[in-house]
Design a protein around this ligand. Structure first.
Ligand SMILES: Nc1ncnc2c1ncn2[C@@H]1O[C@H](COP(=O)(O)OP(=O)(O)OP(=O)(O)O)[C@@H](O)[C@H]1O
Length: 698
């Protein structure tokens, strides 16, 4: 950026010297604007990278314009460039854009956009990209993204330049027709138009390809980043514990990130494109309006066509807004009723068994029909409103075709402008009109975009506070020498800070099977969570034996979507075990009926009964062979003989594993050597009482 600003400043100084000395007849404001741009680039070197790309590309475009103008002045580029690259508007436009981009860096909402966008653009991750005709190129992902955005901006500006050139082509073509000059006509058609049209097609196609590659790479990077942050250090679990600010993380990661990337790109590059179009074509309208008088008077109005066009665009947009405004509310309502309907269907799918048992199908059908009728009703209102709106917009766009003729015909008939210039006005008028309309109507898109930004920001905030709670937790999990697991001065609290349980000291010895009992809600599961290191609320020390592995089986195990093999080996990799080992573990866990179906992919959590799911989790433990196995009512859904068999298998197949169980059944005591009872004091605080000996089975 510093180098680029120095180059720009040197060019500016050189052209200024040439202009002052009279070597080249260049108006002095052109090098002055180059110098101002160089200054903006220099002081803007610390603004977000996303904005810097626009600043650098703008300066590069400005240099191209300077080169074109200089070239035409020294006779390098020949041709009729009257009004083609109008120096005052190019200089003014570029400087104003530069200042605007710099100023945007201080607008809070733009800073938020840039902060999220820059995560990608500043990424240091090594990556590769396949470039046609060059092959695979290795670079940092951020560098790849930066170049892609830069090239896309250049392509957009090149499209604007081409549009301007086409506008002049139409002038020359129609002038040739007016003058019945066949040579000039064919020249314009084949020598000027054909190559330009080919360039236009190539740029447009490349742009589509590049834009889509950029958007998917950008989204992929942000997706990995946000998923990583969400899952990092158990933030996802703590966010749920804290329960604030981050509903539907799934929507934020899948929908909002996609919308963010698409809208950030289309709004920023689109705005730049439309602004460049506006400046370029306003200049054409302004130049052609020279000497135009207000109809019926002798009063000359500078840039008359520009003012008429602006007034026309504002009137059109205002009427569109008046007629179309109810659509905003109607579309919002449509999303709401669609979401309600989707939710009812998803809920029905979840509770299908319960509905079937209650024979609730007729009630469900009625409920669904009612919700769907809301969709239809609102949709009809949207259609009626759209018809009203389209009646206006279609008439307006038809009027667009004739208005420029009505405006210019009087001047043509009195010989003030040529037929070619009249054609030029027709083209420029529609460009200026649509650019102005774009600026005026963009606010509805912006409102949606702002909502996306807000959702991503609150999501980030919730992740950050979850990470903070984890980082600041006074509940320390420390690896210590020795083979015992010890709790020292442990206070476990609830998320709101109230005390749940306390123990001065509690030791779990290796090889000793412990059963933890106590009233429901006394904090047994929460103590397990604290030992597993996922519960951040509380103070004290949990000393876990160094280098030893732990596994905790909850009452309702998690079964991922995928094959049975993936479900059994979760969270490890399926390749770690042979099929024979996995099948053997399933058989040992009393699931012989599914041991041969390892490749089967289905929603296992919905297919297997709770008792079967618990046995699948035991199979997981048999494969993983942890040093410590915590069973939190992990066999509660089994019948007593099967539960006994499972405990026997665990003891037999995992002789090195220390088992600590939570359970309410008295029969469990038989499989344990020691019992700890969670007693609740009158103040509500629980404390584990060591009963040393397990209560013998009745
Ligand atoms: N995320 C949470 N937010 C607020 N309170 C919680 C949370 N998790 C647990 N609790 C509360 O902590 C207390 C202890 O819960 P815990 O699940 O540890 O009890 P438990 O002894 O295992 O009970 P049970 O025998 O019924 O499984 C309960 O009052 C519960 O409501």
């Amino acid at each position: 950026m510093i180098k680029a600003s120095i180059v720009l400043a040197l060019v500016g100084l050189g052209v200024l010297a040439a202009s002052v000395s009279g070597t080249v007849a260049v108006p002095f404001y052109l090098p002055l604007s180059t110098l101002v741009l160089a200054g903006i680039m220099y002081i803007g070197r610390s603004i977000p990278k996303f904005l810097r790309i626009f600043l650098v590309m703008l300066s590069a475009t400005h240099l191209v314009l300077v080169a074109l103008i200089l070239g035409s002045r020294v006779g390098l580029i020949t041709g009729d460039y009257t009004g083609y690259v109008p120096p005052p508007s190019a200089a003014l436009g570029a400087t104003a854009f530069g200042a605007l981009i710099f100023g945007l860096a201080f607008v809070p909402v733009v800073r938020t956009i840039c902060r999220i966008a820059d995560r990608y653009l500043e990424s240091q991750a090594d990556s590769v990209i396949r470039i046609p005709f060059i092959g695979l190129v290795r670079a940092r992902e951020g560098t790849i993204g930066t170049w892609m955005i830069g090239i896309l901006i250049a392509m957009n500006l090149a499209q604007v330049a081409l549009a301007v050139r086409f506008n002049f082509y139409f002038r020359d073509l129609f002038n040739a027709l007016e003058n019945k000059d066949a040579t000039a006509f064919w020249y314009q058609l084949f020598i000027i138009f054909a190559p330009l049209a080919a360039v236009h097609v190539v740029i447009a196609l490349t742009e589509v390809l590049l834009q889509n590659v950029l958007l998917i790479r950008w989204r992929a990077y942000l997706n990995t980043y946000y998923v990583g942050e969400w899952l990092g250090n158990g933030a996802h679990y703590r966010m749920q514990l804290l329960g604030r600010g981050a509903d539907n993380p799934d929507q934020r990661i899948s929908e909002d990130l996609r919308k963010f990337v698409e809208s950030t790109y289309s709004l920023s590059v689109g705005l730049m494109n439309q602004a460049a179009t506006l400046v370029s074509f306003v200049a054409i309208l302004w130049t052609i309006s020279a000497g135009f008088t207000f109809p019926g008077t002798n009063v000359e109005v500078p840039g008359l066509l520009v003012w008429v066009c602006a007034g026309y665009a504002i009137l059109g947009t205002w009427l569109t807004h008046l007629i179309g405004r109810p659509l905003i509310g109607l579309n919002f309502e449509q999303e709401r009723v669609e979401a309600n309907y989707r939710f009812s269907l998803a809920r029905l799918r979840e509770y299908t068994e319960q509905v079937a048992l209650l024979s609730g199908e007729p009630a469900e059908r009625e409920g669904l029909a009612h919700r769907f009728s809301q969709i239809v009703d609102n949709y009809m209102r949207i259609i009626i409103r759209l018809i009203k709106l389209n009646t206006f917009t279609l008439s307006y766009s038809q009027a667009n075709v004739v208005v420029p003729y009505i405006l210019t015909a009087p001047y043509y008939f009195i010989g003030k402008i040529s037929l070619g210039q009249m054609q030029q006005v027709v083209g420029a008028f529609s460009r200026v009109e649509s650019a102005l309309t774009y600026f005026i109507t963009i606010y509805t898109t912006l409102a949606d975009y702002k909502a996306v930004l807000d959702r991503l920001t609150t999501f980030e905030g919730a992740i950050a506070s979850a990470q903070r709670v984890g980082g600041e937790s006074k509940l320390a999990i420390t690896e210590a020498a020795g083979r015992e697991l010890r709790l020292k001065n442990l206070d476990v609290r609830l998320p709101d800070g109230s005390a749940l349980l306390h123990t001065d000291a509690l030791t779990f010895r290796p090889g000793e099977r412990t059963l933890m009992t106590g009233p429901s809600g006394s904090g047994k599961s929460t103590l397990f969570r604290a030992i597993a290191g996922i519960w951040p609320f509380g103070e004290g020390e949990v000393l876990v034996p160094e280098g030893q592995t732990m596994m905790l089986l909850p009452q309702r195990p998690y079964i991922p979507i995928g094959t049975l093999r993936d479900a059994v080996t979760y969270p490890g990799k399926a390749e770690t075990y042979t099929d024979a080992q996995i099948a053997e573990a399933l058989r040992a866990a009393k699931l012989p009926q599914i041991a041969e179906r390892l490749d089967e992919e289905r929603a296992w959590a919905q297919t297997l009964s709770l008792g079967e799911q618990q046995r699948l989790a035991v199979a997981r433990a048999l494969l993983a062979k942890p040093d410590w196995l915590f069973l939190d009512e992990a066999t509660a859904a089994l019948d007593e003989p099967t539960e006994a068999e499972i405990y026997r298998i665990i003891k037999e197949q995992l002789p090195q594993t220390t088992v600590v169980s939570i359970g309410h059944r008295s029969t469990l005591a038989a499989y344990h050597d020691r019992r700890i009872d969670m007693k609740k004091t009158e103040s509500g605080l629980s404390t584990p009482v060591d009963l040393r000996q397990a209560v013998p089975a009745e």
